[in-house]
Every structure is written in C-alpha cells, then in structure tokens.
Design a protein around this ligand. Structure first.
Ligand code: P1T
Length: 385
C-alpha cells in the first residue's frame, strides 16, 4: 500500500506499515530470523540471510525512503556505520571536504580511522565563496555537510553547495539527523546522499541505535548495499521493528519538539545568566533566512553559552533534573549535553575552541514534556549557577 500523493503524516504511518498479509495483524511481525529456507539451491523468496535482507528491515527502508522522497534506503546498525559505508564506497585516496563542525564521532571516524585511506579537509561551509575556492583547489570526490551542525547549529545552503559540488564532479552527502525528514529533505535540494542517525528523532524513544542512508541513484544504492552485506553493519529485526513503531509519531513529535524549543530559546535569550543562544528559529541566528528557505521548521536542538566557565557549567548541569545529563538527542525526553567533555571530546581542544566550542557551551535536546515544567527545571539549574 503506497500512494505517491500521501502527505508526510500519512506516509509515516502507512508506508511499510501495511497489515501482515498472512494473518491480517495490523502491526508488522518481527521477523526474528537469521536465515530463510530455500526450495532448491538459490531458489528463495528474495530473502537468504538477515545480514543481507530482513522483511522487518525492508518495511522500515520503504517507509524512510518515502519520507526523504528517495528511491532507495538502506538501514544500518548505527549512524556511524552508515558513514563508514560511504567512506568504503570511495576509491582509496579520495578527497573529502567536510564541514568543520560535525558530531564528534564523525570527526573521529574521519580524522582517526580513515586518514590512511582518504584525505580529509575540514572547512567552514556557511561561506559559499570560500567553499567554492576550497572545492576548486582541493578537488574533492565528496562534500560532507551536517546542517544544522552539531553542536553549533550552523546552517549550510544545501542547494547551492550541491550545485557547486556537481561542477567539480563531487558527491554531496547531507547528515540530516538534526532536522529529521519531517523538517528537511536534502535530496529535493540536489544532494546525492542523505544520512541519518536513527538513534535520534527518527526513532524518538532513546531505545535503539540505528542509521539510515537514502539516495535516488541505483548505482549508489547497489554499491552501498554490496558493502553493507560484505562488511556487515545490518540492523537487527527487533531494532528495525522498534523504529517502525517509534517513527509513526515523528510528525507530531517534531512539531512538539519545535514548539517547546522555540519557547525555551526565547526564555534563554532573555536570561541574564546566558551570554548567547543559537537556535535556527531565532531571528538572531546567523543563517536565519537560509534556514527559513531550506527547512520546514527549526527543530528541537538549542545551543547556548552560559556566562562563566566550566564551574558554572557544571553547577547548571548537575542541578537540572528533567533535562537529563546524557549524550544523544532527539528522544521524547529532554536531554542536556556538555559537548566539550561529552559528545565532542574526541575533537582536540584547540580545534574545538577554534570553532567556538568552549566549556561554557551547553547543548539542549528539548523534549515534548510540558513547557512550564521544562522552564522551571532550567530556572532551578540557573539558580545554582
Ligand atoms: O550514534 P550513531 O547512531 O552512530 O550516530 C552518529 C551521529 C551521526 N550524526 C549526527 C549528527 C549525530 O549527532 C550522531 C550521534 N550524536 C550523538 C550521540 C550526540 O549526542 O551528538
């Protein structure tokens, strides 16, 4: 059951969510199997072994492809394993031009795991003229964008950058984790590949680690599928099923995250103990207009700088309670993170501080709890600073 005209809110529930044809069960079964019986060697029903294919995972891939307006989707065991597959797809010695502000684990993967295989250059991607020069001199095979970035929420122009990359025959990859397919669809803007950490908003319940790759080109899909099967980072059927369950509420969750985040951002912006707030929905955001153009909303992530340093940050982080101090983001519950010590610790201090990730920078993943309770929790944290 799939209707090309369905809106997001319908697709997210019904594509891949068809009743089980055998029993009529309204919820898809978890095909908790590693292998599949063949009637004669090589004769089977399209499924041979769960590392390669699994019907529960197939349903999730169908759903995600439709949400990103993609022809194809591959679901992987984690966001980073999806990134790893892209790196293995490139010929040895490829050049990758990567945004300078990316998730710490992505930075570590590129700068510590792959530097003997490929060449990486980390550059500022919000300045198009500068980026065009970098593309012409570095001649990348691939341009890697996170937008908005983690944790500084910088917004890069996907349409313009994809067009520049095409001119130098480079692929454009967009990590769309922070916006989810509900608020941003990079393939529609010219990107070649979209990657998600499904661990975050897509699953939304902080109980699964997973990744996804979406693309239109059959050739890209075939290369990445080959590598996924050959290397092995497939998601388990149970985890795919949990994501199928969590994703059904993605649209209403994203609206609720945004509604709360907008109020939290406004609260922070007027707070005397806050130096600066970064949120795509605030007019003070440096790429506010671009965000309005390429995103359908502002999301649930906020970054702010406390007045003070590490001791003020620690006091705030130890005293908020509803905002749980934990890595990750995108769940229904609010989380708070200290990137310099937690999620971005693998980035050398001088690089981190060069970007502006100081000890007074705090990242919020605003959940969908009652806004008054969230603001009260922040009040308690600030009172102890
Ligand atoms: O954790 P994993 O599912 O492997 O996804 C990695 C990843 C990729 N891209 C972005 C933008 C991410 O934020 C992440 C993971 N991020 C965190 C765990 C975090 O707290 O920022």
């Amino acid at each position: 059951m799939k209707n090309e005209k369905w809106k997001f809110e319908t697709k997210v529930i019904h594509v891949g969510g068809e009743p089980d044809p055998t029993t009529g069960a309204i919820m898809p079964p978890i095909y908790q199997t590693s292998t599949y019986v063949q009637s004669s060697p090589g004769e089977h029903k399209g499924y041979e072994y769960t590392r390669s294919h699994n019907p529960t995972r197939t349903r999730l891939e169908e759903c995600l492809a439709s949400l990103e307006n993609a022809q194809h989707c591959l679901v992987t065991a984690s966001g980073l394993s999806a990134s790893t597959l892209i790196m293995h797809m490139l010929p040895k010695g490829s050049r990758i031009l990567c945004g300078d502000d990316v998730y710490g684990g992505t930075y570590r993967l590129f700068s510590k795991v792959f530097p003997d295989i490929h060449q990486f250059k980390f550059v500022e991607t919000t300045n198009l003229a500068n980026l065009e020069k970098e593309m012409e001199s570095f001649k990348p095979a691939l341009v890697w964008l996170e937008t908005p970035t983690n944790p500084l929420l910088k917004i890069s122009d996907i349409q313009a950058i994809s067009a520049l990359a095409k001119k130098v025959k480079a692929l454009t990859v967009v990590d769309n984790t922070f916006m989810s397919p509900f608020f941003q669809n990079p393939l529609d803007l010219g990107a070649d590949l979209v990657i998600h950490s499904m661990t975050k908003f897509i699953n939304g319940h902080s109980d699964v680690v997973g990744g996804a790759l979406m693309m239109n080109a059959q050739e890209l899909r075939d290369k990445l599928f080959y590598l996924q099967n050959a290397i092995g980072p497939a998601q388990s059927p149970f985890d795919s099923w949990l994501v199928l369950r969590g994703i059904k509420t993605l649209a209403i969750r994203m609206k609720a995250h945004e509604q709360n985040a907008m109020k939290v951002a406004a609260y922070l912006e007027s707070h005397p103990k806050v130096e600066r707030v970064i949120y795509p929905g605030l007019k003070s955001h440096p790429q506010y207009e671009l965000g309005k153009k390429q995103m359908k909303g502002s999301g649930g992530m906020i970054t702010f700088f406390l007045k003070g340093g590490i001791s003020e940050s620690r006091r705030f982080l130890e005293n908020v309670k509803l905002f749980a101090l934990a890595e990750s983001l995108g769940g229904v519950e609010s989380l708070v993170d200290h990137p310099a010590i937690m999620t971005h610790a693998s980035i050398p201090k001088e690089v981190r501080e060069g970007l502006g990730i100081f000890d007074n920078l705090i990242r919020l993943s605003v959940g969908i709890e009652d806004i008054d309770d969230l603001l009260q929790d922040l009040d308690i944290g600030f009172a102890k600073v």
